[in-house]
Design a protein around this ligand. Sequence first.
Ligand code: HAM
Length: 417
Amino acid sequence: MIQKPRGTIDILPDKSALWLDIENRIRKVAKKYGFGEIRLPTFEVTELYNRGVGDTSDVVQKEMYTFTDNDNRSISLRPEGTAGVVRSIIENGLCSEAMPLSLYYLISCFRYEKPQAGRSREFYQFGVEMFGANSPTADAEVIMLASDIFSELGLNIRLEINSIGCPDCRPKYHAALKEYFASNIDDLCDTCKGRLEKNPLRILDCKSPVCSAIAKNAPHTIDYLCDDCKSHFDGLQNLLSKSGRDFTVNSRIVRGLDYYRKTVFEFISDDIGSQSTVCGGGRYDGLVQSLGGPALSGIGFAMGLTRLMMVLEAQNKLPELSDSMDLYIASLGEKAVSEAFKLSVALRNEGFKAQCDLVGRSLKAQMKYADKKSARFVLILGDSEIETRRCVLKNMSDSSQVEVSLDEIQSIINHIK
Ligand code: HAM
């Protein structure tokens, strides 16, 4: 038997209805904030991620699904959505539209990671990107959007924020980090030894237990912010406090992708084990320009939908969705089968969920099927019903029965609507 690749999931019909419901409720909140949907290619040229996500990140260094296509081009399955959105708005000339430009996406992403609960190799994200607004208000707006999504779903998820500075203040912070990590260099993993020169910030989110133990006592970004970054971060905290959104400042949050500047944030749930970050994001002013566009600021986030489902389950907030059928038309005999088919077509045209037997089952098996599919009503057609043009409509919830005319579809509708 061929099995699905490690780290992937099948979402079967009993669960996909739930996913669809959650996705639609998320979409509704995004629309309320004026975000429009963008759909993107599943793969891009690898250079986009090298330059966009950053070649010192774990995602690019170790986790990308990269292959050479028949034209000898290096292609990668998208490990995240931001770089693709930025490529698209530059390529499609959206950078000159009225700002802010606010986009959202629902996508699958691919990372070659060690699978565990809440971490897979193909995973699903809802993400937003807002371009052309560089005020703390824009940061607060994007964070409130994520927060409103959690509220809409009835979830309680804690918010942690930090600022990782800008190109003006980061060199000073990098120097402090380098000095700190250089004194522990022998214990660092090989990847982090390489990161020490290029981007010591990345050592802070290394997954190796030894590196993360060393990172615990490293200097904090927040102590090295320039005046502009500091007032931006203070402004954000003020706005969040005024809007009543609880948060904590966690100076250990640096995020795993290289494009971030100033504000970074994570929504974390303690209910789902070690992969507890349900949503992560931040500001990435400079990314649009570095990928060949104008100097346009950007901020966004992405939430992992599998982790979101895990929190919904853990916090007992999974919606109860009814997948029942309105009417099942059981039939026995050639004429009855064709009448049942005709009737089910007519009722579906009227907007009802109606089905008839398609596999020639016995009456008993048909009733069992109707019960399994939670049919609300059942009509039973046999030779005598075809002759008299009258039949019995059974209400499955209380077993009550009424007689209806096969030639007056409205009389059936009146009972089942
Ligand atoms: P990220 O932190 O890499 O950020 O991913 C965002 C979210 O995707 C995570 O918080 C997590 O819920 C989910 N996620 C990530 N990797 C996996 C995985 N292997 N399995 C399951 N879920 C996973 C980004 O992707 C940025 N592009 C977010 C962003 C948008 N920043 C600004 N704009």
